[in-house]
Each structure stands twice: as structure tokens, then as C-alpha cells.
Design a binder for this molecule. Structure first.
Ligand code: PA5
Length: 449
């Protein structure tokens, strides 16, 4: 089977000759540090050989739990934030009908996401939508203590028990959390929920191929075997022994670091398919949380084209020249729509009659690439044969591996996120959380100054 293809020619032309090749030894060292567990954050390298370690028995267990939820629920709410939801949402949205919401086809439960914000209106509107639905919940939190998720789960658990009874609630609430610690584990054990473990050595943003992503994806009706098969093939395609220029993750990591070294501080991930909006979100978290440290790191931004060509397009074409783009291009859409002929041709579009919509999209993509390159924006292109489970699996591992290598090239610990704690400490102090008395006093004194 063909793999996803990386093309860096329209980025390399902005770099000196051999600029990418000059990274070969550094990339090799970064890869060896990952393989040997000698890089910073080496306690969190469980993702590195995760795809090839997933057994068919484990996938069968996930599928059988998914089946219980599918049989007993019209709606399944996935409660989680950051790495505990973005991967599942990315895959489900990429593979679902764009109008899944309105289809009401009863073949698959509607999947909702909660616990990723603290919007009171969001929670209120969701609870009211659920009030006449047979719903279940997948509660996902590695720490088991994340406020956003715990808050949503408390509301959902109560409503599910009231609406469906304690016994059914026990059947349709599943926990994905740590093996031993955290409130989500305590609750799951006490209530007797089916639960899956997030391995200690896999961090949130690298966890889509654990039950964190695989269970919701299976509940949504997608083929997790195919997803994992794609990731396994990309694990092989990016292995240490693969020559540097043939390893897409290595070349991508080298290229983006070479551009960064030349002042290209912002990378914009671009897609031309609305279904890939959450690929953008997942990718932003993967690279942002991994690399933005020690006052360094490429800022990961993202746009949906052609939609955003009518908003951010101006900035990208003519704004500050500190950006480069990485375009994810889907070669072949899953459906075919031809432009009809119109005798009157009032809209002047007969020159497109008989053409596929995707041909227009592809010309928009090519035209944009040429314009942006002319405007001084280096372009990297990732070509994906088709949007299905297999190729999304390839993309997941491709980006994870590139991120691991890239973080090492940058000299940061790509696997922690100490900066995320600062807001939590202040929020807990302001909310008078027990144990935060000293911080509460300090923050109030500061605010009253
Ligand atoms: O990548 C990460 O580690 C984070 O984004 C976490 O996934 C996020 O903060 C949620 O944490 P938890 O799963 O502990 O609720």
C-alpha cells in the first residue's frame, strides 16, 4: 500500500543548498536518544513503539466494550480535555459524514465532547439535549483530577444515573484513566465501571492510539484495526534504520527546524477539507505543548482553506515573513460531485461544467501554494492518498515521531508540560481549593493592591 508522501521542495528552496542534509547527523542523534531512552522526558516514550505493541486481543476488548455502548446508547459523551480528547475528536470528525448530527441514522450513536471547557451555557445546553436521550459517558483523564473533565463528569454521571437508573448507568459509563491513582480511578473502582488504563509512559498528547482515542473511535463506528495498521506501517517507515532522506518524519523535523533557525517562527498547518479542522487542533496541541518551552519553539497555528483564504489569506500572503506552511492534501475525496451545465450560464461558471468539485479545490490549492511561495512563505506538503482509518493512522504516527525528533533537535523536553500548571494554581487559589490557602492569600493580596 502507498504511504503518505512528504514534499519539501517548496520549503527547501528558501534554505541554502544542503541545509536539510546538514541535519542528518543531528536527526540521527535525536532518533537514537528516543530509541535508547536517553533524551529528556524519557519516562514518556511509551508512544514510540506503541502501534506495533497493540495486540488484536486488546483491540477486540475495546471493540466489545464499544459494542455495549453502541447497543445501549443513542448518544455517547466523551469527557476529556487536551490529549484526552483531541485525538479522538480529530479521527471521528475526519471520518464522519459532515452532517452526521442531522442524519439521525441510528446506525451509530451521536458522539458529543464535554469536559474540554468550563462554559456554563455549553454544559447547560448539552444536559438539556441529553434529557430525553439514552446516553452513556466515556470519562477520560490520565491524572483523573483535571477540573474541566471532573466537573462535566460529575454532572453527566448524576444525570445518567437519574435518567437511566444506577444499574444501566454502570453499564454505559466507562473510565479511561490511570491504573491506580486519581479520582477517576477511585470512582470507577467504587462504582464498578468498565475501565481501561492509560499507560504511565504515554503522555496525553501522544495517547490517541491508547484507549483514550481508540475506544471513542470504535464507539463512533470506525475501524480501529485499520487505524492501528496505518500507524504500524508508519512506525516501520520512520524507523531508525531507514535512511534519513527516506524517513518522512526525520525530514519534516529537519525541515521545520532549519526554517525556524532562519527566523520562520510560525508554522501554519493547512487543510483543504473541512473535516480536517480537528486535525489542526490535535496537531497544534501536539507540537505546541511539546515544543513551547524555555522561551523557544515554533508557534503552531492552523487554518482551514479555502475558507480562511478569505480571512487569514491576506496576512499569509503579505504579512510579516516569519511563517511557513505545512499543507495536508487529500489526493482523492470519498465522494464525487460534478458541476452541472447551465444553459443560461448566468453565473458564468460553464467553464467548470463537467469538472469535479475536487478539481477546483486542487487548483485552489496549487494556486495558493504558488502565490504563497512567491510571497515568501516556504511550503511543506503532506500528500495523503485518501481520508480513511489507515491513512489517518499513518498521519498520527508520522506527526508524533516528527514531534519527538523535533523537540530533541530544539533541545527541549518534548514530553512534559510544566507551563500548564500556572493557570491551574491561580484558579485553585481563587476558588479557595483546600490545600491552596497560602496561594489564595497571596493572590488576593496581589489583586487588592
Ligand atoms: O498532553 C497532555 O498531557 C495534556 O494535554 C493532558 O492530556 C490534558 O491536560 C488532560 O489531562 P488529563 O488526562 O490528566 O485529564
Amino acid at each position: 500500500m502507498k504511504n503518505i508522501q512528504l514534499d519539501i521542495t517548496k520549503a527547501a528552496q528558501f534554505l541554502g543548498t544542503d541545509a536539510i542534509a546538514a541535519y542528518e547527523s543531528k536527526v540521527k542523534a535525536a532518533q537514537e536518544a528516543l530509541e535508547n531512552g536517553t533524551c529528556p522526558g524519557s519516562d514518556f516514550l511509551g508512544w514510540l513503539h506503541l502501534p506495533s505493541s497493540i495486540t488484536s486481543e486488546f483491540l477486540a476488548e475495546l471493540n466489545s466494550t464499544a459494542q455495549i455502548l453502541r447497543e445501549n446508547c443513542e448518544v455517547v459523551v466523551v469527557a476529556g480535555i487536551g490529549g484526552s480528547y483531541l485525538g479522538a475528536r480529530m479521527v471521528i470528525e475526519a471520518l464522519s459524514n459532515s452532517f452526521q448530527w442531522l442524519l439521525n441514522d441510528k446506525k451509530n450513536p451521536v458522539i458529543l465532547f464535554a469536559g474540554n471547557n468550563i462554559g456554563e451555557d455549553y454544559l447547560s445546553e448539552m444536559c438539556s439535549y441529553l434529557s430525553d436521550k439514552k446516553f452513556g459517558v466515556i470519562n477520560i483523564s490520565k491524572s483523573g483530577t483535571t477540573t474541566e473533565t471532573a466537573l462535566a463528569f460529575r454532572l453527566l454521571k448524576k444525570q445518567c444515573e437519574e435518567q437511566r437508573g444506577k444499574e444501566m448507568a454502570r453499564k454505559v459509563i466507562v473510565a479511561v484513566t490511570d491504573a491506580r491513582k486519581g479520582a477517576a480511578r477511585t470512582t470507577a473502582d467504587k462504582e464498578g465501571y468498565k475501565s481501561f488504563v492509560i499507560p504511565d509512559n504515554v503522555g496525553g498528547r501522544f495517547s490517541v492510539l491508547t484507549p483514550v482515542g481508540l475506544l471513542p473511535i470504535a464507539v463512533a463506528g470506525f475501524d480501529i484495526e485499520k487505524l492501528v495498521a496505518g500507524a504500524v506501517d508508519m512506525e516501520k517507515a520512520t524507523a531508525l534504520q531507514v535512511p534519513f532522506m527516506e524517513n518522512p518524519s526525520a525530514v519534516y523535523a529537519a525541515c521545520r527546524n532549519a526554517l525556524y533557525a532562519q527566523g520562520k517562527k510560525i508554522e501554519i498547518l493547512v487543510n483543504y477539507q473541512p473535516k480536517l479542522h480537528y486535525l489542526n487542533e490535535w496537531w497544534k496541541q501536539l507540537f505546541g505543548e511539546s515544543e513551547g518551552k524555555d522561551h523557544k519553539g515554533i508557534f503552531p497555528a492552523a487554518v482551514d482553506f479555502t475558507t480562511d483564504l478569505h480571512s487569514m489569506g491576506q496576512w499569509i500572503q503579505e504579512g510579516e515573513r516569519t511563517i511557513f506552511e505545512t499543507v495536508v492534501s487529500i489526493e482523492k475525496p470519498n465522494h464525487e460531485v460534478l458541476f452541472p451545465t447551465d444553459e443560461e450560464n448566468l453565473d458564468g461558471l460553464n467553464f467548470l461544467a463537467g469538472k469535479r468539485v475536487d478539481e477546483v479545490n486542487k487548483m485552489a490549492e496549487l494556486g495558493t501554494q504558488l502565490a504563497h511561495v512567491d510571497g515568501g512563505v516556504p511550503n511543506i506538503r503532506l500528500s495523503v492518498p485518501v481520508l480513511d482509518e489507515y491513512y489517518i493512522g499513518q498521519m498520527i504516527y508520522f506527526f508524533e515521531k516528527a514531534c519527538g525528533i523535533s523537540g530533541n533537535l530544539l533541545g527541549v523536553n518534548a514530553f512534559n508540560q510544566p507551563g500548564v500548571e500556572a493557570y491551574k494554581k491561580n484558579m485553585f487559589a481563587l476558588l479557595n481549593k483546600p490545600g491552596y490557602e497560602k496561594e489564595s492569600e497571596a493572590i488576593r493580596a496581589r489583586l487588592n493592591k
